[in-house]
Design a protein around this ligand. Structure first.
Ligand SMILES: *Cc1c(COP(=O)(O)O)cnc(C)c1O
Length: 394
């Protein structure tokens, strides 16, 4: 009944699975028939503190019974608190702007970079270099910034100018010209295939850009908020970018995006804005999420879980050499590189049949983004189901 309703009234932009989830507890979901699923997707990296998190639910309820939204024309106390929390946890001297999504955060980053390119140089610099297999969003501009030509559908053209993507980091040095203002990268490409970059190579690029006065934009929409094991992947890579964008896991499922920069005086009043961005609901949720995750990290539980998850996953990669080339990724952003796209789609379906939710990334990577707070019992049960699913394929 709801499948038909969805098909009749919702635009068909997704190849949707018609399971109907009715309840969620941390990394476990229950459908309308009472079947349970272990969730290794966390809603694509969003439900960072798990489903039905009581602390976040209570914080949100208390907030929205009082004030949900008042507009950015007035002080918003939880917005100021969340900005301070993000900046403190990052360790950087930066300031934050809040929007509603990852793409919107990246749009903000691009606007800061272009304004910087106008204000800080004699000749206007506006070009932004990205990487092949990157993903930066679905707006016209962030689609163009995305380095996967399959997203550059000709019928959306004309696209904004000033974006080019490169095969690898080495090539970036060759294409920087007098009009280049910034390089925008993910430290671990998520949608592109759970592919981390080499730390030394990233540090070299960061130092090079800094010396030239050009900007490094790090898209941490997926890698941020403890996904890498540190608050930011930037912290793990020990670099200091000019601009960082955040979204997915920041408010545990409430829509939010954020762009933070050390160039605090580039934007002037009127240069950027958002109606919903940074309102009481999303920032109160974000604050609670960060307090939960900070405690989880400081207790040592997160580091333990990272090692436990990695150990289980590499055993899977070794157990099924006919299905998988290797395990990839870092932190709780993990994947299994499949020998083919066909194996990948069978693996996802077979896992689903066993009651395990997993994701796809790129052409042939099975992607795992469990809630950061997933329990050891849920990990054990998830991998048990994974083995049952993959035994059927091999
Ligand atoms: C998901 C994602 C985005 C887009 O975020 P939306 O909230 O869907 O706009 C941008 N960049 C990266 C790295 C992402 O993983």
């Amino acid at each position: 009944m709801f499948e038909k309703m969805d098909k009749d009234f919702v635009l068909h932009t997704y190849a949707r699975n018609y399971v109907n989830f009715k309840q969620g507890i941390n990394a476990t979901l229950y459908d309308d028939k009472g079947k349970d699923y272990i969730d290794f997707t966390s809603g694509i990296g969003v439900v960072s503190v798990g489903h039905g998190n009581a602390r976040v639910a209570d914080a949100i309820c208390e907030q929205v019974k009082n004030i949900t939204h008042i507009s950015n024309l007035y002080l918003i106390e939880p917005q100021a608190k969340l900005a301070k929390k993000i900046v403190t946890l990052s360790g950087f001297d930066m300031a934050v702007f809040f929007g509603n999504s990852g793409a919107e955060a990246n749009e903000g980053a691009i606007k800061i970079a272009r304004e910087y390119g106008e204000k800080m140089f004699k000749n206007k610099k506006y070009k932004i270099i990205t990487l092949e297999n990157s993903f930066h969003g679905r707006t016209i501009t962030t689609v163009k910034a995305t380095g996967q030509t399959s997203f550059h559908k000709p019928y959306f053209s004309p696209y904004p100018e000033g974006f080019s993507f490169n095969e690898n980091i080495q090539k970036i040095y060759d294409v920087i010209d007098d009009e280049t203002v910034a390089v925008m990268i993910e430290l671990v490409q998520g949608e592109g295939g759970v592919q981390p970059f080499d730390k030394k190579e990233i540090q070299k690029l960061a130092a090079f850009l800094k010396e030239k006065g050009l900007l490094l934009i790090v898209d941490e929409v997926q890698t941020g908020i403890y996904r890498s094991g540190e608050f930011l992947a930037t912290n793990l890579y020990e670099i200091e970018p000019d601009i960082i964008t955040l979204a997915k896991g920041l408010a545990g499922g409430v829509p939010i995006g954020a762009v933070m920069t050390k160039h605090k005086d580039i934007f002037e009043p009127g240069d950027h804005g958002s109606t919903f961005g940074g309102n009481y609901l999303s920032t109160r949720a974000g604050l609670e999420v960060l307090e939960i995750l900070e405690g989880y990290k400081n207790s040592g539980k997160l580091d333990e879980m990272l090692m436990y998850f990695e150990k289980n996953l590499s055993e899977i990669a070794q157990k099924y050499p006919n299905l998988f080339v290797d395990s990839v990724g870092l932190g709780l952003m993990r994947g299994l590189r499949c020998h083919s796209a066909e194996i990948l789609s069978h693996a996802i379906q077979s896992a689903f049949d066993e009651g395990l939710l997993v994701l796809k990334a790129g052409k042939n990577t099975l992607r795992l983004l469990p809630p950061i707070t997933i329990s050891k019992e849920e990990v054990d049960e998830g991998f048990k189901r994974m083995i049952r699913a993959f035994d059927k394929l091999s």
